[in-house]
Ligand binder design. Structure first.
Ligand code: KIV
Length: 273
């Protein structure tokens, strides 16, 4: 049982996140991909739960996020939604579900809201995404942007290294953040950029800027739950702080179970009918 009573707190909305930025109160965000994990994250008082397309890597066992489909995302988002009472639930739109044209983007964002029941969607990209963002916002779909290292573009980046280290890319990032805010985005994730660049972005826009590998001078932080739990161990980016070693605990539990089955220590008379 969590020490945090989520029932005692108000449901998180995009307006509340904006107020938190104004008050200088940091926003805690994590990913989740299923109901059980989502309910634990929610009970801990985390403000935003992102059903990230990182599901491709940490659940589906793939090397990138680019192949995950809209149907996969709808499935996982619906599971997460079922487990959450307080946090704002944001569903990632996967690669090529919003880039072809803004009609398709709008239709797919609408499916996330209507079929999965999420309260907001996330798209990657700056200026290029703005037309779609504007149309979604106009019909009442809250949109979170995502700049910096945008994993859906990994094949054009060629590497997961830090972005916006040079002035030109830092300037573009700042401009994209302003354009996303003008298009109506309620928050912007910035991933793996120097802390000083992220600081300038957070100061330049009124909407909350949520960092992942973007240093401390932003309005909130997000991590992939499987990374911070030490559950996904294929690699660990420098920006991940591990709060547990769940993979070790699980491995140990599975091994002890196997040994107990082999030795007939399990089940005991008390565990039998
Ligand atoms: O897919 C994801 O989990 C994300 C976060 C890393 C921001 O986009």
């Amino acid at each position: 049982m969590s020490s945090h009573s989520k029932r005692s707190e108000k449901k998180v909305t995009t307006q509340i996140l904006r107020e938190m930025k104004t008050r200088g109160e940091k926003i805690a965000c994590l990913t989740a991909y299923d109901c059980t994990m989502a309910s634990l994250v929610d009970a801990a008082g985390v403000d935003v739960i992102l059903v990230g397309d990182s599901v491709a890597m940490v659940v589906q066992g793939l090397d990138t996020t680019v192949t995950v489909t809209l149907d996969h995302m709808l499935y996982h988002a619906a599971l997460v939604r079922r487990g959450v009472e307080r946090a704002l639930v944001v569903g990632d739109l996967p690669f090529m579900s919003y880039q072809v044209n803004s009609d398709e983007a709008l239709r797919n964002a609408g499916r996330m809201i209507k079929e999965a029941g999420v309260e907001a969607i996330k798209v990657e990209g700056g200026e290029v995404a703005c037309e779609a963002v504007r149309r979604m916002v106009r019909v009442g779909i809250p949109v979170m942007g995502h700049l910096g290292l945008t994993p859906q573009s990994i094949h054009s980046f060629g590497t997961y290294k830090v972005r916006a280290r040079d002035q030109e890319e830092a300037d573009t990032l700042l401009r994209d953040a302003v354009l996303l805010e003008e298009a109506g985005a309620f928050a912007i994730v910035i991933e793996k950029v120097p802390a000083e660049v992220a600081k300038k972005v957070a100061a330049a826009v009124d909407v909350p800027v949520i960092g992942i590998g973007a240093g401390p001078h932003v309005d909130g932080q997000i991590l992939v739950s499987h990374d911070m739990l030490g559950l996904y161990t294929r690699f660990q980016p420098r920006f991940v702080r591990r709060y547990a070693n769940v993979a070790d605990d699980m491995q140990d539990a599975f091994s002890r179970y196997r040994a107990d089955v082999r030795s007939m220590e399990f089940p005991s008379p008390e565990e039998s009918y």
